[in-house]
Design a protein around this ligand. Structure first.
Ligand code: SF4
Length: 488
C-alpha cells in the first residue's frame, strides 16, 4: 500500500510564504538544493534550549532511532503520566475533502500535563514576542493532533521571549482555529498533488531558501520581472496588468512610458537599466563615476560577533591597499600583541580588544588621507558605534560606501548587489567559504584550541572580502569610460 502524503508544521509555515518551496521540497532535484545554515534558527534553538533547561533542569534524555520509535515512546510517556515531554513526537491521520488520507506529523517543543484535566497541552517556544501566521498554524496543527490523540478539547501555549532568569517573558494561550488549519491543509494537499512546480516569484526571503539558485536560473531563462531588485510585488502586478510581463517588455519602454505606471516615478531609470542589463547580459551605466575613485584608497571590511552568545563587537578588522596587500587585526584577549605573517593571507595582528584593533587600523591607513572604501553602511556604522573617539575623528570623514557609489553608477544583470555577488560577476572567487557565520565559528574555535587552520580560514574569509572590494574598485576605474555613450 502506498504511503500517505506527510504534512508537517514546517511545510505549513513555508506554505504561508511560497507554494513553490513546498513543492520543490517534496519533488525537487536534491542536487539543485543548496546547503543552508539557517542562522535565525540557530538563535531560536539556543533560546529554546536555555528555556527548557531552566524550566526542566532534571530532564532526562532518551535517544530514539526512528520516527516510529519516537511516536511510540511519546505515547508511553503520556500513558505513564510524565509531567513534561520535551521534543514530543506526535502524529495523526487526516482525511482531506476528496477522502484521501494524509499523515500529519511533527515534534512539539514541550507537552505539559495539565493536572486539572489530566491532558497534555502543547507549548511552542519562540525567541521573538510577536507571533505570525506560521506560528499560529503550527500550534493549530499540534492542538488538533493532540485533541485527536486524547479525544478531548485542548488549548496550546506560546512561550515568548525570555526574562533575566531565563523564563518565558510572556505566556500566550492559543485556541485552535480549525477553519484556518483545514484551509491550510487543503492548500498543502493541492500543492503537493500538482504535476508542475508553482511559478517562481523571487522576493527578499528567497536568499534564505535552498532553492534560490535553481529559481534564479528559471527566472533568468524566462526574463522574469521578479529578477528586478526593489520592484515590489504590487508594482509588478501593475506592470503585468498593463501588458509588461517580462524584462524584455520592460526594456523596450522609454523612461516616460515606464513612468506612466503607478508606483514608478523616480525609479524608472533604475528599473530600465536593470532590465537592459539582464536582456543584453552586460553592465549598463546609469551615471558618472565619482572622480574621487581615481585617487585610489584603502579597502576595508570588518566582522562582528553576531552568532548566539556574541557581544556584537568587532572581532576582526581587515584592510588592504589598492594592490590587495592585506592586513588583519584579530581580537584575542588571551594572546600576546604581535604581528605575524599568515601565509598565504598577509599580516595578522593579534590585539587584546576592539580598541587595539581600531588603533592598528588607524596606524596603517593614517599614513595618507585616501578614501577608505567599504560595502554598505554597516562598517561605517560599526566604526561610529565602537571605535575610540580619536579614530572616529580621523577616519569617519574618509569612509566611502562603494556599494552606494556602485549601484548609483552602473547596473549588472543581478538581483542582489551583495559584495559576493558583484565580485563573482567580475570573476572573483572566494578561496574558502563565503559565510560570515563560518568565519566567526572558526574564529571561536581558534580562541579555544589555538589551532592555526581555524584562524587561517577565518582570516582567509576576511581577506577575501577586502580583495573583493579591490576587484570592484579596479573594475570601475578601468571601465568607467564606457559610461559616456551608454548612460540611460
Ligand atoms: S527561492 Fe523563493 S521562489 Fe524559489 S522556492 Fe525559494 S522561496 Fe520560493
Amino acid at each position: 500500500m502506498s504511503q500517505p502524503l506527510v504534512i508537517t508544521p514546517t511545510l505549513l509555515r513555508y506554505l504561508t510564504t511560497c507554494e513553490r518551496r513546498v513543492w520543490l521540497d517534496a519533488y525537487g532535484e536534491a542536487s539543485q538544493q543548496a546547503e543552508m545554515t539557517p542562522i535565525g534558527a540557530l538563535y531560536g534553538i539556543a533560546h529554546e534550549r536555555q528555556l527548557q533547561k531552566v524550566a526542566s533542569p532534571q530532564a532526562e534524555s532518551m535517544p530514539v532511532q526512528s520516527w516510529d520509535e519516537g511516536v511510540t515512546l511519546t505515547r508511553e510517556l503520556m500513558a505513564a503520566g510524565t509531567s513534561v515531554i520535551i521534543g514530543a513526537y506526535v502524529e495523526a491521520r487526516y482525511r482531506v475533502e476528496s477522502g484521501v488520507e494524509v499523515s500529519l506529523r511533527g515534534r512539539v517543543d514541550r507537552l505539559t500535563l495539565n493536572p486539572e484535566t489530566g491532558c497534555y497541552e502543547p507549548v511552542e517556544i519562540k525567541q521573538y514576542i510577536n507571533i505570525g501566521k506560521g506560528d499560529e498554524l503550527q500550534l493549530d496543527f499540534y492542538v488538533s493532533i493532540l485533541e485527536q490523540m486524547q479525544e478531548t478539547k485542548l488549548r496550546g501555549f506560546f512561550w515568548l521571549g525570555d526574562d533575566a532568569q531565563g523564563r518565558p517573558r510572556y505566556v500566550l494561550q492559543h485556541d485552535l482555529n480549525l477553519t484556518r488549519l483545514q484551509l491550510a491543509l487543503r492548500k498543502a494537499y493541492t500543492v503537493l498533488t500538482q504535476r508542475e512546480a508553482p511559478a517562481v516569484n523571487l522576493v527578499t526571503h528567497c536568499k534564505e531558501c535552498p532553492w534560490h539558485s535553481e529559481c534564479t536560473t528559471v527566472a533568468r531563462s524566462n526574463f522574469d520581472l521578479s529578477l528586478l531588485p526593489r520592484l515590489n510585488s504590487q508594482t509588478r502586478k501593475t506592470l503585468q496588468r498593463g501588458g509588461i510581463n517580462t524584462l524584455q517588455d520592460l526594456a523596450a519602454l522609454s523612461i516616460e512610458e515606464l513612468q506612466r505606471f503607478k508606483g514608478i516615478k523616480k525609479t524608472a531609470a533604475s528599473h530600465l537599466a536593470n532590465a537592459r542589463a539582464y536582456v543584453e547580459d552586460r553592465p549598463v551605466w546609469v551615471s558618472r563615476m565619482p572622480d574621487l575613485l581615481h585617487g585610489g584608497g584603502w579597502m576595508f571590511d570588518l566582522e562582528t560577533a553576531a552568532l548566539p552568545g556574541g557581544d556584537g563587537m568587532p572581532w576582526s578588522l581587515g584592510w588592504s591597499d589598492e594592490e590587495g596587500k592585506s592586513q588583519i587585526a584579530i581580537v584575542a584577549p588571551e594572546q600576546p600583541h604581535q604581528r605575524v605573517t599568515l601565509a598565504p593571507i598577509g599580516e595578522l595582528i593579534t590585539v587584546k580588544d576592539k580598541d587595539e584593533a581600531w588603533e592598528a587600523f588607524y596606524d596603517s591607513v593614517g599614513v595618507n588621507d585616501k578614501p577608505i572604501y567599504h560595502w554598505s553602511g554597516f562598517d561605517a556604522g560599526v566604526m561610529k558605534a565602537t571605535a575610540p573617539e580619536f579614530v572616529k575623528r580621523a577616519l569617519l570623514g574618509r569612509m566611502h560606501d562603494l556599494h552606494h557609489t556602485f549601484v548609483n553608477t552602473v547596473r549588472l544583470p543581478l538581483r542582489s548587489y551583495s559584495i559576493k555577488k558583484v565580485a563573482a560577476y567580475f570573476g572573483f572567487h572566494y578561496s574558502g567559504y563565503e559565510e560570515w557565520w563560518a568565519a566567526e565559528t572558526d574564529y571561536r574555535r581558534w580562541l579555544v584550541t589555538g589551532e592555526v587552520e581555524h584562524i587561517t580560514r577565518a582570516c582567509g574569509y576576511q581577506r577575501d572580502d577586502v580583495l573583493a572590494l579591490a576587484i570592484i574598485w579596479k573594475w570601475l576605474i578601468e571601465n568607467h569610460h564606457l559610461q559616456t555613450d551608454e548612460r540611460i
